[in-house]
Design a protein around this ligand. Structure first.
Ligand code: XUL
Ligand code: CO
Length: 441
């Protein structure tokens, strides 16, 4: 039985192709730098957006047409697995990601929920035996159900802390069984609404206790995937604890948890935090903490997490630049935590959207590789900080300067002259590289 019968396997047809169901730039086997595109980009389909979302928003009902919608309950969960593996195969994608509640419905109690999960995980495990698509990461949804109203690990209710621990325990067992490369923690409700009634210190301590228990249990069962924290400043919570990379890193360091985690950086979370995507990637990278990416984009005119498919070539280029500088994502990948717009409600749009995202990152990859090969940004940066390579600058770097020496040096300066940054020249150079890649010159 087929869920997408009008679609055959999507292949690379090149930039001149007019076939909407083909890749114009993503050519999995093409070598860029030292790896194939498939190895560089490690694309993943997000189960929730692609197989469970119905298009509803705070003002409108679900409107998506999905071929599995004639089913319900566990039959629906099973149909989604069948559809998912057909989709992965047709899109030729190497990875997927899910929350526990995406793959199986919750039962009347936790025991039943786990039973439902076991049934579906059995089925997924079976599919994975013959599919090339692997599990990039899984996670536990600890934000949708009303029990998480006050948070999960940071809830004021210890029963909820325990419930959350049980869900993550199960999630780690599933990760181990399915060979997940990573396990993600996104604390959608780990934060506060008001400080008037919040014991901030207790909540932070509890979050650290929770992470410690997760590390211990992963070690106990021999799960060797990478733990990832996905920062987000707000939404649904007014103030989320894992606000951005810098905040989450300081939390991890305070509790001596930093050796066990890297970050899963989401583009739209970065912009919600008032940063660029590349800022978050850079901060994670320079601390050796760039683990994985939720590849999407926001809308500058809307102030929330719109989770659009990434099509901004400037953003994908600068993101891939950071990833190449990081020598790749290791166990991580580019997960399309992205949804089709409510107005794109036909099943075929799921393919169009992923193709758009994959082609956009392929262009970003090729452009970034060329920028690196030609040392374009490196040269600008080298020149800009040149004053630290000799004289007083080198003394500062080498620890051979103190305030007294610097004062003496400053006093004998007759004038301080600064060179221009030439930022517009840099931007137009990047445009030139982008257009040359797109036109294959
Ligand atoms: C929410 C979000 C999540 C995480 C996984 O903004 O990004 O889907 O990626 O829980
Ligand atoms: Co995400």
């Amino acid at each position: 039985m087929s869920y997408f019968e009008n679609v055959t396997k999507i292949t690379y047809e090149g930039p001149k192709s007019t076939n909407p169901l083909s890749f114009k730039f993503y050519n999995p086997e093409e070598v860029v730098g030292n790896k194939t595109m498939e190895e560089h980009l490690r694309f993943a389909v997000a189960y929730w957006h692609t197989f469970t979302m119905d298009g509803s928003d705070p003002f409108g009902a679900g409107n998506m047409i999905r071929p599995w919608d004639r089913f319900s309950g566990m039959d629906l969960a099973k149909a989604r697995v069948e559809a998912a593996f057909e989709f992965f195969e047709k899109l030729n994608v190497p990875f997927f990601c899910f929350h526990d509640v995406d793959i199986a419905p919750e039962g009347d109690n936790l025991r039943e929920t786990f039973k439902n999960l076991d049934t579906i995980v059995d089925m997924i495990e079976d599919y994975m035996k013959t599919s090339k698509t692997k599990l990039l990461w899984n996670t536990a949804n600890m934000f949708t159900h009303p029990r998480f109203v006050h948070g999960a690990a940071t809830s004021s209710n210890a029963d909820v802390f325990a419930y959350s621990a049980a869900k993550v325990k199960k999630g780690l067992e599933i990760a181990k069984r399915l060979g997940a490369q990573n396990y993600v923690f996104w604390g959608g409700r780990e934060g506060y609404e008001s400080l008037l009634n919040t014991d901030l210190k207790l909540e932070w301590d509890n979050l650290a206790r929770f992470y410690r228990m997760a590390i211990d249990y992963a070690q106990e069962i021999g799960f060797d995937g990478q733990f990832l924290i996905e920062p987000k400043p707000k939404e649904p919570t007014k103030h989320q604890y894992d606000f951005d990379v810098a905040t989450a890193l300081s939390f991890l360091k305070t509790y001596d948890l930093d050796p066990y985690f890297k970050f899963n950086i989401e583009a739209n979370h970065a912009t919600l935090a008032g940063h660029t995507f590349e800022h978050e990637l850079r901060v994670a990278r320079i601390h050796g903490k760039l683990g994985s990416v939720d590849a999407n984009q926001g809308d500058p005119l809307l102030g929330w997490d719109t989770d659009e498919f990434p099509t901004d070539l400037y953003a994908t280029t600068l993101a891939m630049y950071e990833i190449l500088k990081n020598d790749g994502l290791g166990k991580g990948g580019l997960n399309f935590d992205a949804k089709v717009r409510r107005t794109s409600f036909e099943p075929i749009d799921l393919f169009y959207a992923h193709i758009a995202g994959m082609d956009s990152f392929a262009i970003g990859l090729k452009t970034a590789q060329k920028l690196l090969d030609d040392k374009v940004l490196d040269q600008f940066i080298e020149k800009r900080y040149e004053s630290y390579t000799h004289g007083i600058g080198l003394d500062i770097i080498n620890g051979d300067a103190d305030f007294k020496k610097l004062e003496a040096y400053a006093l004998q300066l007759t004038e301080v002259t600064n060179p221009s940054n030439h930022l517009e020249l840099i931007k137009s150079t990047i445009n030139q590289y982008l257009l040359n890649i797109v036109h294959d010159r």
